[in-house]
Design a binder for this molecule. Structure first.
Ligand SMILES: C[S@@+](CC[C@H](N)C(=O)[O-])C[C@H]1O[C@@H](n2cnc3c(N)ncnc32)[C@H](O)[C@@H]1O
Length: 408
């Protein structure tokens, strides 16, 4: 993809995100009430009048929601800005089933999709699986005999991966390596094709930086968990992102991850109960403290949800070291209020959700533009459906000179 196109796409997304910050930065759960509920009163009232089931229904396709403006226009703009085509598929021969042993079904499908989306101009010479876990992806890529190096910091996974490779007769080295340590650069070679499937924030950024420094021939990255970074704010990589002036906190970086398409019904139910209870507690603590302000609460063991509701609130008040709830508390009413607030929050979140993909694409384009600046030709595309994983965007990069005419 030419750098000019990538830059134009980035600039358009940057304008969209910058202009509407007031709509996507505040989080309905913790920032109740949000300023935009005043400025877009009609939309807020409409959303807040809807049920939890309606919010859930709309989540998958919010652009189809017949909500008052500016919802529909923003949905349309967001969609137009996030048209990312699938990466070209390579014709891969039938994959040997034995390689899928020991891999959960969804992960195996993701790995196959990732491998089928790697089209390079130059032949690959040596695969490097970055944050490899047991190295399932690397093994699939190296099945025709190319050497494979897997980097992973968890010794148990390194050991299990090495045993699997040996059992399957794959020519692999499983190396225990913290990829964030200074020594990681020594593991990278120019002849490497480095792949990273769902390596979190700092981990895949580190690969992009080190691989560029070493000049690895090819790279393919499907990022995830953009908010797992060691700094409080996002550090842009490319020149356009550095100049863009869009400051992103760790909380903002969580926005692309707030989609729940792959959660099972049981998990979703548990999450709903937990959130409804927390919202009820939040309402209670505002009264107890006489302060209309959100009070963050820590994540709690799932056993907390087995407690009767009143006990949950009393124990959480004690944990937060605030005065106990008054004896006159109407627990039934409070619990119902929690569910009412949850329905409101979920519906209000639909507006914020319109910016989820634009922010994710912005982050991907920052990585793509950086790789272009470092001398790579870059393709950005999807490698599988969003049902298989919402983190379905992938960057495929090949060093210019060793390959095609580049980004510009
Ligand atoms: C989400 S998993 C992805 C694993 C594999 N790529 C896959 O898709 O199955 C992330 C992996 O990164 C590893 N990891 C986390 N921090 C690391 C670090 N600092 N250095 C090396 N590996 C790390 C974890 O142990 C885990 O195996």
């Amino acid at each position: 993809m030419p750098a000019k196109d990538l830059t134009e796409h980035f600039e358009a997304l940057n304008r969209f995100l910058s202009e509407h910050q007031a709509l996507w930065r505040p989080r309905p759960f913790s920032d109740r009430p949000m300023a935009w509920e005043q400025t877009h009163g009609q939309l807020a009232t409409w959303l807040k009048s809807r049920s939890l089931a309606q919010a859930e229904q709309a989540q998958a396709e919010p652009h189809k929601l017949n909500a008052p403006e500016p919802f529909a226009s923003l949905a349309e703009q967001a969609q137009a800005l996030c048209q990312i085509a699938p990466l070209p598929l390579i014709n891969s021969p039938q994959l040997p089933n034995r390689l899928s042993n020991d891999i959960p079904g969804r992960k195996w499908l993701q790995i196959q999709a990732f491998a089928s989306s790697l089209s390079f101009e130059q032949p690959t010479k040596h695969w490097l699986d970055w944050c490899s876990g047991k190295g399932h992806l690397g093994r699939l890529l190296a099945r025709q005999g190319q050497p494979l190096s897997c980097l992973e910091h968890d010794p148990e996974l390194v050991d299990k991966g090495a045993k699997l490779s040996q059992k399957l007769g794959i020519n692999a080295q499983h190396i225990e390596q913290d990829v964030l340590a200074p020594s990681a650069i020594k593991q990278l070679k120019t002849e490497h094709t480095a792949v990273a499937l769902h390596a979190c924030g700092d981990l895949h950024v580190r690969l992009i930086q080190l691989a560029s420094e070493v000049g690895c021939q090819q790279l393919a990255i499907a990022p995830c968990c953009y908010n797992r970074i060691s700094t409080q704010h996002y550090k842009p990589l490319s020149q356009p992102a550095k100049a863009a002036g869009l400051e992103l906190s760790i909380q903002d970086l969580g926005l692309p991850l707030s989609e729940t398409v792959t959660a099972g019904a049981r998990v979703q139910k548990q999450r709903d109960i937990s959130m409804a209870r927390r919202l009820a507690f939040d309402s209670l603590q505002r009264e107890i403290r006489g302060l209309d302000e959100y009070l963050p609460t820590p994540s709690l063991a799932s056993s907390w949800l087995n407690k009767p509701f009143a006990e949950f609130c009393i124990d959480l008040a004690a944990l937060k070291q605030i005065p106990p709830p008054p004896a006159s508390t109407d627990w039934l009413k409070l619990e119902a209020k929690g569910w009412e607030l949850l329905a409101q929050v979920r519906n209000l979140e639909l507006l914020r959700g319109l910016f989820r993909r634009p922010l994710e694409v912005w982050l991907l384009l920052d990585r793509a533009l950086y790789l272009c600046e470092q001398g790579y030709a870059v393709q950005l595309g999807t490698f599988c459906s969003r049902e298989l994983t919402p983190r379905n965007l992938m960057l495929v990069a090949e060093r210019i000179g060793s390959a095609r005419q580049g980004c510009g």
